[in-house]
Write a protein of this length. Structure first.
Length: 245
């Protein structure tokens, strides 16, 4: 009996720990992530859900303002945030999973202004609308550009049309046609792609390496077996419940 207890205790001691239940945060950024009747959906969201399922991980997803979503992944040992731009400045802050998409950073202008930009330097001196706390804002500021950040990304096209900013630094991802979706395609046009960069699920440094490995293998499979493209096609004709006014 004593031997059984000792052996039982020894076996219990070597049993692998259960992986953490991950707390995942994101923002409203169609078609990557958005709310549909209270459920978080979207291209990146569905890829994250598929990866979690394949990796056998429990999770919850919360939609928050971007700065809070990003801060949660920095502060909580069980947290991850998507879709996060992977920059050299952020590299050591997180463990990275993905990518969920490849993003193009694009300067948008009013169609009636007929701006022609050959490089980012041509936009020097112009006021550029950005998203508060976003990597695009930091990138432009670091290069001496004038930015006008807002807490709501979709207020930037309105500010552009009202003449409160000269340009809008937008991010375009797979399946993204945000101008058409919100009725701005005749009034706002892209004038310069100034950077192409991957966006990821960024996890707190305390998330176990085994969990990160399982998720990265799942994302690789999703890209290889066609699941990622099928998810992207699912949202090609998605229309928002209400257009931004």
């Amino acid at each position: 009996m004593v031997l059984s207890l000792v052996c039982g205790s020894a076996l219990a001691a070597v049993q692998p720990a259960e992986p953490p239940r991950l707390y995942i945060t994101t923002e409203v950024m169609a078609p990557s992530s958005m709310l549909d009747q209270g459920r978080v959906v979207g291209i990146a969201t569905d890829k994250v859900r598929e990866a979690m399922s394949r990796a056998g991980l429990a999770y919850t997803i919360d939609v928050l303002p971007w700065k809070r979503a990003y801060a949660a992944a920095l502060q909580r040992p069980d947290a991850c945030v998507y879709s996060t731009t992977r920059t050299p400045e952020r590299e050591d802050l997180f463990k990275w999973v993905g990518p969920t998409a490849i993003a193009q950073w694009v300067l948008m202008a009013r169609a009636d202004h007929e701006l022609q930009l050959r490089s980012l330097d041509d936009a020097r001196g112009l006021r550029i609308g950005t998203h508060n706390g976003d990597a695009r804002d930091a990138y432009l500021r670091a290069r001496g550009m004038i930015t006008d950040p807002t807490s709501n990304e979709l207020s930037n096209p309105q500010k552009l049309l009202l003449g409160r900013i000269d340009l809008w630094a937008a991010s375009q991802r797979s399946g993204s046609n945000v101008l058409t979706r919100y009725g701005f395609d005749k009034q706002i046009v892209p004038v310069l792609v100034f950077k192409e960069i991957g966006v990821y699920l960024a996890c707190n440094r305390a998330v176990p390496n085994d969990v990160i490995g399982r998720l990265n293998r799942a994302f690789y499979q999703i890209a290889q077996d066609g699941t990622g493209r099928r998810i992207e096609r699912r949202y090609e004709n998605w229309v928002p419940e209400a257009r931004v006014r």
